[in-house]
Write a protein that binds this ligand. Sequence first.
Ligand SMILES: [Zn+2]
Length: 78
Amino acid sequence: MLTASCLQCGSDKRQAKWGKNRCGSQRYRCQDCHKVYTPEPMVHGYPLSVRQQAVALHVEGLSLRRIARLLSVNARSP
Ligand SMILES: [Zn+2]
């Protein structure tokens, strides 16, 4: 079952598996707009969405410890 949705057009239909990237994350190709993308690249063990949230909260002035608690991740993880 595919859970990916296209980063460019947002479609979650017709998303074909398209090999893996360097880190071993599954890549997909959108058959609608032909964009090849990685839904959630695992960087330092956390999905990009979590990291983006963490960065946004950090910009707001929250401490890393507080952010980790909010996002339910371990701040001491690399
Ligand atoms: Zn698309």
